[in-house]
Design a protein around this ligand. Structure first.
Ligand SMILES: [Zn+2]
Length: 74
């Protein structure tokens, strides 16, 4: 059984180190993006990841991409 086919996620951290995740769900040609933090959701036919990033930045001030190496701040 293939896993993670058609579903992906965008995760960002806010300045408090909390992770916020937006799921990108694929249903046919349409994609739905849904925020796990606040339940926000919307359809996005194009560039759902961009919309997800926008939401994370605007709603949660979460702009830190955990997949990008950064200087550890301690
Ligand atoms: Zn949200």
């Amino acid at each position: 059984m293939p896993r993670d086919s058609g579903t992906s996620r965008v995760s960002r951290w806010d300045q408090h180190g909390r992770e916020h995740v937006v799921q990108v769900l694929r249903t046919g040609v349409q994609r739905t993006i849904r925020c796990e933090t606040c339940g926000w959701r919307r359809g996005a036919q194009f560039l759902p990841w961009l919309k997800a990033e926008e939401h994370l930045a605007e709603a949660h001030q979460a702009t830190v991409d955990p997949t990008v190496p950064r200087q550890p701040q301690r």
